[in-house]
Design a protein around this ligand. Structure first.
Ligand code: PLP
Length: 384
């Protein structure tokens, strides 16, 4: 593979990274390698592929590309899902340690944290991540500070520089993990703020086509990467070669997809704000949003997820979803097609997420078609 080239802009890197060496008649794209084992007879040493659970030639181009995008010194680690990656990161919490996590972190990560803590493995402190004083008050003895910003689905923005500095002061050994799924490395690079490990649900924007479930971790710390790699090798939550290939294929258009979907998200958020069927719009790109100033300072854009609270409660929210023709009612986000979901349909969703909240994942369709469909559905809900 070509060595990491940090001098390119990210919208070039998504296209150029992870290519095979430029040799005469070499393939331009990395191949899918279907092999569960690798040649070898001497002692197996660190870095050897050796066996298909330790490494796979088909993962490596994506792992290299993700590292370049997050400006990491070491290749990323691909996992079978975002939650498999989260599981590896949570295992870094020492027995009896303390995990500080947003109460509106991704619900799967929250459920995992609560279940591990219920077994007595560590203590969990759930905090309102946008309320800096509340987080600071919870940092005593912290082992892992879990960050997510914007949060899914409440779109709260954490004050990253302040929280990271305070966590290090509270415990110089603290490990800072940040779920960067909503922003992607094109919009926010947590390692540059001093975070230790970046987590992605590759399922979402990075792969981008709602056809693959994958996760990844990225760190520049050799010791941490070694522990995470060991976890992956021993627990076995590995990616399939075809899924890894699809993720790299999807990554090639990330910059274009993000540019289009962010611009449409801002346009829709502004129009939704004045729609008579809408009680509240959450989108950090709106100047009235409580997270706007922080998002502007930390992010290069505001992402493509909008949350809308519909007047008339759950029945109205459900009827908006039912009346849509172009938007697809489905969970997940970050694909080329626009998706919409009432989040509380998931029984695990925290009850502080309003019943009438719709999460919109804005895709790359024509913005006026998306608006027309949304506004007709909202108008119907209003006249019901
Ligand atoms: C979807 C998601 C996850 C979980 O990833 P999977 O690939 O579904 O396992 C984690 N964090 C966030 C923010 C997500 O949106």
């Amino acid at each position: 593979m070509e060595p990491a080239e940090f001098s390119y802009a990210p919208d070039t890197t998504v296209v150029s990274a992870g290519r095979p060496a430029r040799e005469h008649d070499a393939a331009v794209n990395p191949p899918i390698v279907l092999s569960s084992t690798y040649h070898g007879s001497g002692p197996v040493v660190d870095g050897d592929r050796a066996y298909g659970r330790y490494s796979n030639l088909s993962w490596e181009p994506f792992e290299q590309a993700l590292a370049e995008l997050e400006r990491a010194a070491l290749p990323g680690l691909l996992f079978s899902s975002g939650l498999a990656a989260a599981s590896a990161a949570m295992e870094l919490i020492p027995p009896g340690g303390v995990l500080v996590i947003p109460r509106h972190a991704y619900q799967g990560a929250l459920v995992m944290a609560r279940e591990l803590s219920a077994k007595g493995l560590f203590d969990v402190r759930e905090v309102d991540i946008a309320e800096t004083d509340q987080v600071l008050a919870a940092l005593e003895g912290v082992s892992v500070l879990w960050l997510e910003s914007p949060t899914n689905p409440m779109l709260e923005i954490a004050d990253l520089p302040v929280l990271i500095e305070a966590a290090r002061r509270a415990n110089p050994e603290v490990i800072l993990v940040m779920d960067n799924t909503f922003a992607t490395p094109l919009v926010q690079r947590p390692l540059e703020f001093g975070v230790d490990i970046v987590l992605h649900s590759v399922t979402k924007y990075l792969a981008g086509h709602s056809d693959v479930v994958l996760g990844a971790l990225v760190t520049s710390e050799p010791r941490l990467r070694e522990r995470l790699l060991h976890h992956r090798s021993i627990h076995g939550a590995i990616a399939g070669p075809f899924e890894a290939w699809l993720a790299l294929r999807g990554l090639r258009t990330l910059a274009l997809r993000i540019e289009r979907s962010q611009a449409t998200a801002l346009l829709l958020a502004e129009r939704l704000r004045t729609h008579p069927a809408v009680a509240r719009v959450r989108y950090p790109g709106l100047s009235v949003d409580p997270g706007h100033a922080r998002a502007k300072a930390q992010m290069n854009g505001f992402g493509s997820v909008i949350c809308v609270e519909v007047l008339g409660g759950q029945p109205s929210a459900d009827s908006v979803v039912a009346a849509l023709r172009l938007w697809t009612p489905a969970t997940s986000l970050g694909g080329v097609e626009s998706l919409i979901e009432r989040r509380r349909r998931h029984l695990n969703e925290p009850h502080t997420v309003p019943e009438n909240l719709l999460r919109l994942s804005v895709g790359i369709e024509n913005p006026e078609d998306l608006w027309e469909d949304l506004s007709q559905a909202l108008n119907l809900a209003r006249t019901r």
